[in-house]
Design a binder for this molecule. Structure first.
Ligand code: FHN
Length: 602
């Protein structure tokens, strides 16, 4: 019995290092994935112009829409018992494939109105849309040429229509980015079990159809996890090859971490589902996807819509921790946006569009200089803090903010209200005391203009000295010595630091100096495989010397602005995948790959 994806917390990496020799290259896929000298990390997703729109957007619409929607969430078995599920209905209710295909032949989303979908997203303030192009049941929502199991060839729908093209046109006209969800796991294609290589060939061809035919801004993979019924053999070699292939098709694509095995090293961002991380995530961008009721796909009986305040507070929680919120709707069998969903979406947009409250979300992120309070959330945009108060204090009672770095508050006001706000230093931070009432039931936003401690100007560094060894002991004479502008490497299975360095059993030592711009405690983070150690000013800040799969480690140290500190970083790779990234953050430095300007050779 196949199981839905275990919660990410429950997902235990097997720890078995998969032999690089079975890296499969599928015809039509990228040239043999990588090879010595290849680094798959093309940029830093935290700062890249490629991901800028996504990081600024903060809020997207997920759409689960397919032939499964035609069941409306319910199946009556031959014995008369009723089984309920949505996009999983075929599997959950063990519907015979012939019956499932027969029902799909009646699928006719004639009322699908791309402009109405886009209008619903706009009304919510959603800046991008991700729609299911193919879910686990394998049914393609575009006229794919790879099989006849699709909306053009197997439905009652108008054969002259293409809903993905209609949605692309409407989204472009509205300035909304469009992405496609695509399930690797396929319950319908017999080759998924019988001939995985043949299946992958069709999958690559379908993805090329989607990229070339619709120019999506983003690909949202799913169905990557190890499971049965049918057995899913997708592995990290497959993920390496597919991600390389897709980036070869379109360098601007943003790709989630389920292209591989949903790890910190995979794709451009992590994908917590039906949950919001309690704090900013180390090592990778992230987006929390969530249903607006209790189902992804349409279920006519499910009117358990999340309340406006709940949705607004979820959005504020994600943006205040530098994450995105991907909120789902499930159009019905005719393609209509459920009225209840549209109504709740509008509540979010009404809130963010009132008195500029959206500034607490769009282009906003983790504040850094204050701890998250118990009475709400705080996000930051430049030197403006947006305190989104969900528990308004009694008359004259203060809201306390714990400062995590020195700053002064130059002004404070409640968005949408003329009431006076007093700010006083108090204990480990500030007491913020509004004089009036909350402006709404969801979250009242107090904007605090701050003046952080002065920063040193940007450095003039060019990177660190790298000594690369063709052994995993950092021993002997380095094979290659060069200047690396940053430590931002995803060698995966096939790559390595240089053409003359094999894909396994290599190591690198970086040395030089690092120059912070703030006098603050800096948090250093590594994403590494197999081992990583970091010394700053001679102090061991990170040490993970047990060979491991892709892992995040962090350590902190107080530094003075403008001063140069010695830095030494060591990485070793034994066999299998290899990664080494060095990031930093501080109260006034959002998480990023340590930039070359702040690194100098010895
Ligand atoms: O099995 C799918 C599920 O149907 C839905 O698509 C979610 C949304 O991300 N993803 C999988 C479960 O993790």
């Amino acid at each position: 019995m196949s199981v839905r994806h275990p919660s990410i917390r429950g997902l235990v990496l097997s720890g078995v290092v998969l032999a690089a020799s079975c890296l499969s290259v599928t015809p039509g896929s990228a040239a043999a994935a990588g090879g010595p000298g290849t680094n798959y990390a093309s940029d830093d997703p935290f700062t890249s112009s490629r991901t800028a729109w996504w990081r600024d957007a903060r809020f997207g619409m997920f759409i689960h829409f397919g032939d499964y929607s035609n069941w409306e969430g319910e199946y009556t078995r031959p014995d008369g018992t009723v089984c309920r599920d949505a996009e999983w209905i075929k599997r959950s209710c063990t519907i015979p494939m012939a019956e499932y295909e027969q029902k799909a032949a009646t699928f006719n989303p004639r009322n699908f109105d791309a402009n109405a979908v886009v209008a619903a997203a706009k009304s919510a303030g959603q800046k991008y849309i991700v729609i299911t192009s193919k879910h686990h049941d394998g049914y393609a929502m575009w006229p794919t040429r790879q099989n006849a199991w699709n909306l053009r060839d197997h439905s009652s729908f108008d054969k002259n229509r293409d809903i993905l093209a209609e949605l692309k046109k409407a989204a472009d006209a509205a300035g909304i980015k469009l992405g496609f969800y695509y399930s690797i796991w396929d319950w319908h294609d017999p080759d998924f079990v019988a001939d995985f290589a043949a299946y992958k060939q069709r999958m690559y061809a379908q993805l090329k159809e989607l990229v070339d035919g619709y120019h999506p801004a983003l690909l949202w993979f799913d169905g990557e996890w190890t499971t049965d019924n049918p057995t899913n053999n997708w592995n990290s070699q497959d993920g390496e090859a597919l991600e390389a292939y897709l980036r070869g098709l379109d360098r601007n694509l943003i790709i989630n971490n389920r292209v591989n095995k949903r790890r910190v090293s995979d794709g451009d961002y992590g994908t917590p589902e039906q949950e919001i991380p309690a704090a900013p995530v180390d090592g990778q961008l992230w987006e929390s996807c969530m249903t607006i009721n209790d189902h992804w796909g349409f279920a006519r009986y499910d009117t358990n819509w999340k309340s406006g305040p709940t949705l607004i507070r979820n959005l504020l929680a994600t943006s205040s921790r530098s994450g995105n919120y991907l909120l789902n709707i499930g159009p019905d069998g005719l393609g209509r946006v459920p009225a209840g969903a549209a109504q709740q979406l509008k509540l979010i947009g009404d809130w963010s569009g009132t008195a500029g409250q959206g500034a607490a979300v769009y282009r906003a992120g983790y504040p850094g200089v204050v701890a998250e309070p118990g009475w709400g959330t705080v996000s930051r945009q430049g030197n403006d803090l947006y305190a989104a108060v969900t528990q308004w204090p009694g008359a004259g009672r203060p809201l306390h903010l714990t400062a995590t770095a020195p700053f002064t508050v130059t002004s404070a006001n409640v968005l949408g209200s003329g009431q006076k706000v007093t700010v006083a230093k108090a204990g480990d931070g500030f007491d913020v005391t509004p004089s009036g009432n909350a402006t709404n039931a969801a979250a009242t936003v107090i904007r605090l203009r701050i003046a952080p401690a002065a920063a040193a100007g940007p450095g003039t560094g060019t990177g660190l000295k790298a000594e690369i060894f063709d052994n995993d002991q950092l021993s002997g004479t380095p094979k290659v010595t060069r200047t690396d502008p940053a430590i931002n490497y995803a060698w995966r299975f096939g790559g390595s630091p240089a053409a003359g360095i094999p894909a396994d059993h290599f190591s690198t030592r970086w040395t030089g100096s690092i120059q912070p711009r703030q006098s603050e405690t800096y948090k250093f983070t590594t994403v590494s495989d197999d081992t990583a150690q970091v010394w700053i000013d001679g102090k061991l800040v990170i040490s993970n010397t047990t060979p491991h799969g892709p892992e995040v480690n962090s350590g902190s140290i107080a530094l003075q602005a403008g001063r140069k500190y010695s830095i030494k970083v060591e990485h070793t790779e034994q066999t299998g995948e290899a990664y080494m990234k060095l990031l930093w953050s501080s109260p006034n430095t959002p998480q990023q790959i340590v930039p070359k300007e702040q690194l100098s050779t010895p």
